[in-house]
Each structure stands twice: as C-alpha cells, then as structure tokens.
Write a protein that binds this ligand. Sequence first.
Ligand code: NOJ
Length: 463
Amino acid sequence: MNISSEFIKDGISPLQRKKFGNEFQWGVSVSAYQIEGAHDKDGKGLSIWDVFTNKKGKVFNNQNGNIACDFYHRSSDDLQLIQQLSIPNFRFSISWPRILPQGTGQVNAMGIAYYDRLIDECLSLGIEPWVTLYHWDLPHALELKGGWTNRDIVSWFVDFVAICVQQYGDKVKNWMVLNEPMVFTGAGYFLGVHAPGRRGMSNFLPAAHHAVLAMAEGARTIRAICPQANIGTTFSCSHIEPYSNKEKDILAAKRVDALLNRLFIEPTLGLGYPTQDLPALRKIEKYILANDDKLMKFDFDFIGIQNYTREIVKHSYFTPYLRASIVKATKRKVPTTLMNWEVYPSSIYHILKKYDAYEGIKKIYITENGAAFTDYANDDGSVEDHHRKEFLQNYLKELLKAKEEGVKVEGYFIWTLKDNFEWAEGFHPRFGIIYVDFKTQQRTIKASGWWYKEFLEETNRME
Ligand code: NOJ
C-alpha cells in the first residue's frame, strides 16, 4: 500500500522538493559497525565496539553488531532499495579494522575489495557515494596503545585515510573525515558508556585534542591526494536553551553549548577552544604542542550537521566540571522519540543559523536527522510510521525556512536507511525508513520511506 501518495494528494504536505532548489543534495546515512555485521569475516580485525559489546552489561540486552543488518552480505540488495526509493546520495562509513586489521601495517585485500565493490555498485545504480572515514569503530589493536588518548593516533589515522583515498579517490567525490567527535570522545572516553568505555577528564581531553588534529590532518591528506574532492566532517549539534532567565541558568546553558556545539568546530575554524565560556576545558592546553594552533585548522568545503533535538539546561552544583545539568524531556512532559529526545523541529533552524554565522563555513549539509520509534510490521507488509514521516517533514520545513533566509544549507540526509544497531541502546530504537526483521533479515519499506520516495520523485513529475 502506498500511503504517501494519498498523503500528498490530500494536500497535507506543503513540502515540495523543488523549493529546495536543483542543487540541493538528498540522501540517506548509515555507518559500518551499525549495519555491516560480518565482524570477523574476510580478514577483518576487531574494533573497539566488537570488544565493548562483548563485555556484559554495556549494551541493552547485551546485544552486539556481530550480525547487525548483515549489510556486508546484503549490500547489493540494500543498494537496490536505495535506488527503488529514488535516493540519489548514500552516506556510509569505511570500517578501519576491515581495511587495516591491526590499525596500521598490513592491508586486508578483502576489505579493500569489499568497499571497491560497494562503491562501484553505487555508481552503477546512479547513487553517489559519500564516505565517512571514522564512524567510531577504532581498531582494537590501536586502543591497546591508548587509542584516541595517544597522540600517535593522528599519524595512524592519516595513514588509513591515505589508503582509502588512494584506493577510492577516483570514484568517490565526497568525503567526511570524522563522525561526531563530541560523541565518540565524550561517550567513549569521558562517560564510558560507549566503546572503549574509558572515563574522566584525563582521557577525554587528550582524546578531544587528538580528534581535532586528526580531523584537520585527515582532511589535508584527502586534499593532497584528491585536490578536487568535496571535503567535510560532521558534528553533533543541539539547540540549547536555559531553563530560566536566571543568570546562573543562562551561564550554565552557555557552558553546555560550548561543550556540545563549539568544542570541535571552533579550533577547526582557527578560533581555538571555547575555554572562556567553559573554564573546565582549560586543562586541554596541557596536550597542545607548539604549532598545534595551525595544525588544528582546515578550510573544509562543507560542514555536516547532525541534529535530532534541543536541550534545556540549568545550573547544577552537583555536576563536576560543567556545573550544569540537562532537564530531561520526559520531565518536561514534551513529545519525545523512543530515545527520550524531545521532538523539537525548530532546533534544526536555530542550529543552522548558528553555524551559518561562523565566518569560514562555506557550505552546510545536514548529514543526519531522524527519529527512533517503536515500529511494527503489519501482516499486510506495511509499517505505518506516520510519526516519523511527520517528524521528517516538520524538521525539513524548519530547514527550508533557514534556507529561504539565506543559510548556506545545501543537503539533507536522513538517519537512517534501515533499522540497525543503535550503539549502547542495541536494536530496539528503530531509526530506519526501512524496517528490518532481525530474525529473518527481511526488509520492509516503511510509510516514511514511501513518503521520501514520493517527495524525491515529485520534481520530476511536476516538470
Ligand atoms: C549519531 C550517530 O552518528 C549515529 O551513529 C547514531 O545512530 C545516530 N546519531 C542516532 O543516535
């Protein structure tokens, strides 16, 4: 049943693809560990997520990505689905330990061949590949040497980037260096809730600084090998508001904004770390060597923004370093997704305005936006996720508003193609526009997927 055609026929949706312009890039995003499975196949080495998920109690129901959506074996079928949905751009990541099982040194020819095939198949189906070089699956062998806390990671990473770009650079035009450095350093090295499960400022601060260096050095490596490439990197961002007009809440909101939204972009732009608004960050200086100020900068062709929600922040004496806490959406009794994230479409508008205002940002793509809900496959083969469809449309309306006001936003990628392994939350938050039955690996296009197809095809029909 094609619900979306009725939806548009009824005139409920004022959204039209053509309003975004012909140059606007539409796509869908995924990442290697969350979908590939085949965690020990064809010479792949262990990643920190393979190790973390095998420790008891780290992930919801002790689930892991050993099989996930079995994308490694089913990529051709899944690419056909992307084509069926008329999605022109596919953002995926390359698993570092599939290419370099020990993180450095010996290259795994079967890993190289896998992504070669994937890229070729994309191109033969008319789908443009957008490649992320680091989406959190660090080779375990490198974590044993300190992982992101070891400054050597910059050269380990650059070597990996060089291999990928030399290998695929003649076919892939769009590259993203890191995915959400705030999340993999914050959740992985400060809170310990993501792999590798390390905690505290003495892990977080060096990890953050080395990620900033790796981001710029990785980008320079791509530029040196492929001068024409479209080079970006992606950031997690949420619009932040103070809980009240009291000065202490306003300052607390500023600190959280500095941490969540500014820490990684500002050194890249040559602005240094936002230590003035977040004094707890000052100790990062300990890890900064002479000349790093220059090395941290890179003139990216685009910035990827990944936005899902907003945060309300209040002062808290009890939170070390930050002295601020997030007022949970569930407490505020506002609409939420299954992740307990507030549904707040204008967050994307505010964030776009905020990033657009930085000098030096040339182009912005929303490289992730989406929502997790509990979805069910009906007996007739439909998945009626109208809440997701509505979510996407409402965020897109806010994006369009920003664009019409002159914001340089030139693309939008839905997170995500199909239900997958949502890190510490395991498989229960379903973010996909395609439903996956994890017992049978059967895929079913959800109402949101049918809607996206109709929307993307609309321009053609109307011309
Ligand atoms: C950010 C991450 O890049 C992605 O891996 C994750 O699944 C989504 N957001 C949803 O949390």
